[in-house]
Design a binder for this molecule. Structure first.
Ligand SMILES: [Zn+2]
Length: 333
C-alpha cells in the first residue's frame, strides 16, 4: 500500500504512555552502542509495533545516523521513503499474518545478508514472536547468534514466557506497560471520530489496549456483536457457519474472534460490578458463569488458529460449544 500515512506517529514524542520504553530506546541511540536485537515486551495493543516502526525511523534516518539530529529529519531520502512505506531497508516481517512461518524466516535471513541500499543499516520488525513456528524461531535464533553486520532486529511479544530463552537472552529487553485510560482516550480520539464520553467508555473496558478500545468502538458501530453470534449459533448448523467463517481471510478471522473476546470481557466486568448489588446477585452469577465459559471457548479457538489448526475445524468446534452453552443457559433459566 503506497501513500503517506499521516496518522502514524513518526517521533518518540508522539507516543503516549510508554515513557520507560522510550527512555531505554533513547539511551540506546545516544550511547552509540546499539544492540543487534531488541525485544519489546508488554500486553497486546499497548503500542509495541507502533513504537518499533518509530524506532526504525531513528535507526534509518541519515541525519540521526550521522549524529546531526536527535530526531528523524523527515527530509532525507530514508525518511521520505519510510513515510511512503517503500523503504528498501525496512522489513515488517509477517505483517497482517497470524504467524511468522519458516518461509518468512528464510526470506528474512536472505535479506539480512545483503548490504543496505539506502540507509546505514537494515531493520527487521518481527511482531508477536511467541507465535512463530518452531522452524521459524530456530532460523531467527541462528541470525541472532551470528548477527549479520549493519542489521537490527526488533521483536515484539505480548507473551515472552512462550518465546525460547535462547532468543530472549540475545535481545535487549524493552518493557511496555498497559496504557492508562487517559492515554487510551487520547489515542483513540485521534483515530476515530468519537465523542469524549464514547472514548472514555471504550477506554475503561479496554484493559490498556488500543486494539481492544477500537474493537469496542467498532462493535458499537455495526460490527456483529456477541448477541448476534449466539442467535446464529442457535439458528443454523455449526457446520454451515464454520464453512462461512473458514472462508474469511486470516486477518478477518482473528479480528472477529478478538471482537467477541472484547465484548465478552466487557460483559464479564459488568456482571461482576452488578454482583455487588445484593438483590441482583443470583441472576448475575449465572450470567458470569455463562460469559466465562463462552470466553474460554473463544480463547481456545484463537489458540488453535495460532497453531495452524484448520479454520474450518476451529470454527466448527467453537460453534458447537457455543450452541451447547446456550442450550444449557436456556435450561437453567
Ligand atoms: Zn531523515
Amino acid at each position: 500500500m503506497l501513500g503517506r500515512n499521516l496518522s502514524e506517529p513518526s517521533r518518540f514524542g508522539d507516543i503516549v504512555g510508554q515513557d520507560l520504553a522510550i527512555a531505554v530506546l533513547r539511551a540506546s541511540l545516544t550511547s552509540g552502542r546499539l544492540a543487534h536485537a531488541y525485544i519489546f515486551r508488554g500486553p497486546s495493543g499497548c503500542g509495541k509495533a507502533t513504537t518499533g516502526r518509530v524506532f526504525a525511523r531513528y535507526l534509518l534516518c541519515s541525519r540521526v545516523s550521522e549524529g546531526k539530529s536527535e530526531e528523524p529529519c523527515g527530509q532525507c531520502p530514508s525518511c521520505v521513503r519510510f513515510s511512503y512505506g517503500t523503504h528498501p531497508d525496512f522489513f515488517d516481517v509477517g505483517k497482517d499474518q497470524r504467524t511468522i512461518k519458516i518461509e518468512d524466516s528464510h526470506q528474512m535471513i536472505e535479506d539480512s545478508m545483503k548490504k543496505p541500499f539506502l540507509a546505514s543499516r537494515k531493520v527487521f520488525l518481527l511482531r508477536n514472536v511467541e507465535n512463530m513456528t518452531r522452524e521459524a524461531s530456530n532460523a531467527l535464533l541462528k541470525a541472532l547468534e551470528e548477527p549479520p553486520p549493519s542489521t537490527c532486529f526488533i521483536l515484539t511479544s505480548s507473551n515472552p514466557a512462550a518465546v525460547p530463552d535462547t532468543v530472549i537472552s540475545r535481545c535487549q529487553s524493552v518493557p511496555f506497560r498497559p496504557l492508562p485510560v487517559k492515554a487510551l482516550v487520547h489515542i483513540i480520539s485521534g483515530l476515530r471520530d468519537v465523542t469524549p464520553d464514547e472514548a472514555i467508555e471504550a477506554a475503561r473496558f479496554a484493559a490498556g489496549s488500543v486494539e481492544k478500545a477500537l474493537l469496542l468502538l467498532d462493535a458499537r458501530n455495526g460490527l456483529r456483536g456477541f448477541a448476534t453470534l449466539l442467535e446464529d449459533a442457535l439458528a443454523e448448523s455449526p457446520i454451515v457457519q464454520a464453512e462461512r467463517y473458514s472462508h474469511m481471510d486470516a486477518g478477518a478471522q482473528t479480528q472477529f474472534l478478538d471482537a467477541l473476546q472484547v465484548e465478552l470481557e466487557k460483559r464479564l466486568e459488568l456482571s461482576l460490578e452488578a454482583q455487588s448489588e445484593e438483590t441482583k446477585r443470583e441472576a448475575k452469577e449465572g450470567d458470569f458463569r455463562f460469559y466465562r465459559e463462552c470466553l474460554l471457548s473463544i480463547m481456545k479457538a484463537k489458540r488453535r488458529l495460532e497453531r495452524n489448526v484448520s479454520p474450518f475445524l476451529t470454527f466448527a468446534g467453537l460453534f458447537f460449544e457455543l450452541k451447547e452453552l446456550s442450550a444449557q443457559e436456556k435450561r437453567s433459566e
